[in-house]
Unconditional design. Structure first.
Length: 536
């Protein structure tokens, strides 16, 4: 690889302004992934979207974002980070603004996918610009701020959506994101210096294969409950997705300039760390996809109340993240990750037990604090194992592996959670209405989702109350079952963390090159039970 073309650092005031603008761009693309989860009940009512279409509204963005993050990031480094930021933000702004004005689910889903393309260009470029612009002795401080925004962006997005939805229509969230991104384009044009690495090789076939493979798998998972697991589209989607992912691995093994050298996963540290991050975000994204709907349908909260009741998770993440470095040196990454994921599993199990809505919401909030504490404990060792599993000269790639693993885990986690919800909801609704006098046409409408059931219940007289209670109970059962699936995934991750990192030596310091949500420093090797060596 060639040496990046660096340019004179902006003046001191320029660096601070550059940091603000890059963090603003990052916050927009991170927040856009979580904000619409809060608006899903309103979207269902306004557009008639069924539960499967609501899943695509969220996952179209997450899927494209995850699949294109690495190849588009490499293209940005090669052709110019400034250009990538401007084009990515402009595309994100146009798609977001327009999606807030559409009134049909198909158009909304398509525009969310387009916004994901823009986001995939923006996120890696924001970090590359900062690392390139800041002097080496000040990079860690800038990256710390970037990492904090990366971690907090999702919660900020949910809170902002709650405020907007409390006053305006569901599309206001997207319109505001579009306007904010448009203004950020102007700011980027003014403050971002040009920089690129023209010698980087592009792996276009690898990027297309990974996108197609993930799309096929996610399509099968989301559409399976509605179309039938043995239906031709679902079977073809699953087989095609698996075949394309296999071709991706084959291609990456043979090409001289792979987008992602899959041989690197023979490192037990990298493999274990990737599994930890994948399962952690698999569970977390699935929960945050369903929980806002649960709070609104089962507890009948409005959008702002829902956002506020989700904030306690930050109360747990904060102290756990602060204690993470000291605990990492004492316990090692395997044990610390295992502890964190075990706490997350305990919390999701408790949340599943609360699915019926009989407990007070303060119990939900307390459980969220435990969930956040476990999440904060597990995030650092997962990244540490990924970065410690690669040589120092592959630090940039290790950061990319962490980012992609996180986004892919989130995309699949949301898809699986929705699939479980849809399957259980349909089964329980059918069982609950088997002996009712509700017209077949009304029952068929209710099968599209709980929003549709609630919308027509007022027109059915006394039977409407039965339909409402049955639909809400079926949704709650589906939500609870999805959380038990997340609990199982977290328990697997906890066991894998301890077993996969049981080595004589292990990394205990996070590497200095950052991954999303983390601020790494150079890894050092320690022997089990000994004090870590000083960083070299």
């Amino acid at each position: 690889m060639g040496t990046p073309q660096r340019h004179p650092h902006p003046p001191r005031g320029g660096l601070k302004l550059l940091l603000f603008v890059m963090c603003l761009a990052l916050a927009l693309v991170i927040g856009a992934g979580s904000s619409l989860s809060l608006a899903l009940p309103d979207i269902a009512t306004a557009t008639g979207a069924n539960q499967t279409q609501l899943t695509w509204v969220v996952n179209a963005y997450a899927l494209v974002f995850a699949a294109l993050l690495l190849p588009v990031g490499i293209a940005a480094d090669r052709f110019g980070r400034r250009s990538a930021l401007l084009l990515g933000l402009a595309l994100f702004a146009a798609a977001s603004f327009t999606s807030g004005l559409v009134d049909d689910p198909g158009g909304l889903i398509a525009l969310r996918g387009v916004a994901g393309v823009g986001a995939a260009a923006v996120m890696p470029a924001t970090l590359s610009v900062l690392v390139d612009a800041y002097p080496e002795d000040e990079q860690s401080r800038a990256v710390s701020v970037w990492a904090g925004v990366s971690g907090a962006g999702a919660l900020v997005g949910i809170l902002a959506a709650g405020v907007l939805l409390d006053q305006f229509w569901w599309g206001s969230v997207q319109v505001v994101y579009g306007v904010a991104a448009g203004l950020t384009v102007i700011a980027c044009a003014a403050v971002v210096p040009p920089s690129n690495n023209p010698d980087l090789a592009l792996d276009v076939p690898g990027g297309l294969l990974s996108l197609g493979g993930l799309a096929g798998i996610v399509f099968a998972v989301i559409e399976g409950p509605e179309r039938g697991w043995t239906s031709a589209p679902v079977v073809v989607g699953a087989l095609a997705g698996g075949a394309l992912l296999a071709l991706f691995v084959w291609h990456e093994l043979r090409t001289h300039e792979p987008m992602l050298d899959v041989r690197l996963f023979t490192s037990p540290f990298l493999a274990t760390g990737s599994l930890i991050v994948f399962l952690q975000f698999f569970a977390a994204f699935g929960f945050f996809f369903l929980a806002p709907q649960w709070l609104q349908y089962v507890h009948r909260l409005d959008s702002l109340e829902t956002a506020l009741w989700l904030l306690p998770v930050a109360v747990g993440i904060g102290p756990a993240s602060a204690a993470g470095p000291a605990l990492l040196e004492k316990l090692g990454p395997g044990r610390l990750a295992g502890l964190g994921m075990a706490l997350m599993a305990m919390a999701t199990g408790a949340l599943a037990a609360q699915a019926g809505g009989g407990q007070a919401l303060w119990v939900f909030a307390a459980t969220l604090i435990v969930f956040g504490f476990g999440f904060g404990l597990a995030i650092t060792p997962g990244t540490t194992l990924i970065i410690g599993g690669l040589p120092d000269d592959r630090r940039t790639l290790s950061a990319a592996v962490n980012d992609v693993t996180r986004e892919v885990g989130g995309a699949l986690g949301g898809a699986v959670a929705a699939s479980v919800l849809i399957a259980v909801y349909a089964q329980d609704l059918s069982t609950g209405l088997a002996d009712s006098r509700i017209p077949a046409s009304a029952e068929q409408t209710a099968e599209d989702g709980v929003a549709q059931a609630l919308a027509i219940s007022g027109d059915l007289g006394r039977d409407g109350a039965q339909l409402m209670s049955t639909a809400v109970e079926a949704f709650a059962n589906g939500y609870g079952t999805a959380l038990w699936v997340a609990t199982s995934a977290l328990l697997v991750g906890a066991a894998a963390s301890v077993l996969g990192a049981r080595r004589k030596t292990h990394p205990t310091k996070v590497a200095r090159y950052p991954a999303a949500g983390q601020v790494p420093c150079r890894p050092t090797q320690t022997r089990e039970g000994s004090q870590p060596l000083s960083p070299r």
